[in-house]
Write a protein that binds this ligand. Structure first.
Ligand code: SF4
Length: 384
């Protein structure tokens, strides 16, 4: 009897070069040699054998190849991973996403990725402005972006997601306006638009500490956020999560699993899972694999099972659901935690309602108000 579904995240850590703002688990490789990629895939499949029993009775709903740059891996290896996952869990996933970078994808590979079963591409465009791309340390340029999108369409991809960054060093409001215009002309089904964050330990954070990172002032960053959010909604995208926009019917099925805390099996270096609830972990567990390649290939299994307490799980549930336009189901929260969110958060929630950032209006759902969405990070700091 099939009880529920699982999404599988497959991490491919290789990147042509490391961008100076990147905080992901990555390894620089101009190209991967055949032995290294075979070895990595063998490790992934061995990990699958060990971890899959935990997801017994789950059918496979989504697969997401993230990184890193998964399109550096040969299409037949991507196909081998998909086949192994399908035969392990049974069923045909509704969505199989592959992240690609405009510079690293050999265009001739696109039809083979479709042949392997991939039905959605997430393209790391970030900007259409060469100066911004250069300052971000990206390997691709505007001409690469203009090349890959029509070729992805010609290969048969009917579900494209484009990534866009705003608040980048040297980026102006006008350059972002041009980016948006070009992005809209390409009519992707989905857009992920992120404000640049300077992560600790990255070259950007060191440059920032030396005063050498020329980021837009806070007021200008907020104006950029308003521009991106306003313009995408104006042309028909649903703003369904703080950083994500989709045409009707094209929400990311895999990412929704994270926001609504559905089981995810993470395979590969640095991958995180959300294990199904069990007697040992009644509120779920979030194991995380080693973030360096040698340790992953050596030990493969998660460093430790991070078992969530009721308190951690309740805060996480609110934080993740409030990122979405659907918001937090109050009844769902009561069913899981035995009390309503208002009772759980007490004075904090009253303060947030008074500040006009939290909407508890209907009594069925908690959601952020438009004002709350603009200052979401500070609202989450209060709730976590
Ligand atoms: S391409 Fe993406 S994953 Fe790779 S280094 Fe750059 S930001 Fe990180």
């Amino acid at each position: 009897m099939v009880l529920t579904s699982v999404g599988v995240y497959v991490h491919i850590p290789f990147c042509e070069r490391i961008c100076p703002y990147c905080d992901f688990a990555v390894v620089a490789r101009k190209s991967i040699d055949a032995i290294e990629e075979e070895n990595y895939v063998a490790a992934l499949l061995a990990e699958l054998e060990i971890r899959a029993p935990q997801f017994e009775l789950h059918h496979l709903d989504t697969i997401y190849f993230g990184g890193g740059t998964p399109s550096l891996l040969r299409p037949d290896l991507i196909g081998r991973i998909i086949e192994s996952l399908c035969s392990k869990f049974g069923g045909k996933p509704r969505e199989i996403t592959l992240e690609v970078n405009p510079s690293t994808l050999e265009i001739g590979r696109l039809p083979y990725f479709i042949g392997a079963g991939v039905n959605r591409l997430s393209i790391g465009v970030q900007s259409f402005d060469d100066l911004v791309l250069k300052r971000l340390g990206r390997a691709h340029r505007f001409s690469d972006v203009e090349d890959i999108i029509p070729k992805a369409r010609a290969a048969g991809f009917q579900n494209l997601s484009l990534d866009l960054i705003f608040g980048a060093p040297g980026q102006t409001y006008e350059s972002l306006e041009r980016d948006l215009q070009l992005l809209i002309e390409h009519a992707p089904e989905h857009v992920s638009a992120y404000s640049l964050t300077v992560e600790k330990g990255t070259p950007f954070s060191k440059a920032d500490a030396r005063g050498q990172l020329l980021l837009p002032a806070e007021e200008e960053s907020l104006a950029m956020l308003d521009l991106v959010w306003g313009r995408l909604v104006e042309v028909g995208y649903n703003h369904y999560e703080l950083s994500n926009f989709a045409k009707p019917g094209f929400y990311s099925l895999h990412n929704r699993r994270y926001w609504f805390r559905k089981p995810v099996l993470g395979l590969g270096m640095g991958a995180c899972s959300f294990d199904p609830k069990s007697r040992k972990a009644p509120y779920g567990a979030r194991p995380e694999n080693p973030r360096d390649l040698a340790s992953y290939l050596d030990s493969r299994l998660a460093c430790e099972d991070v078992i969530l307490s009721a308190d951690e799980a309740a805060r996480e549930a609110v934080f993740l659901a409030l990122r979405t336009s659907r918001g937090l189901s109050i009844q769902g929260f009561i069913d899981e935690f035995g009390q309503g969110p208002e009772e759980f958060f007490g004075e904090t929630s009253r303060r947030l309602v008074e500040a006009g950032v939290l909407n508890v209006g209907s009594g069925e759902v908690w959601s952020l108000t438009p004002k709350g969405r603009r200052v979401a990070d500070s609202v989450f700091l209060e709730l976590l």
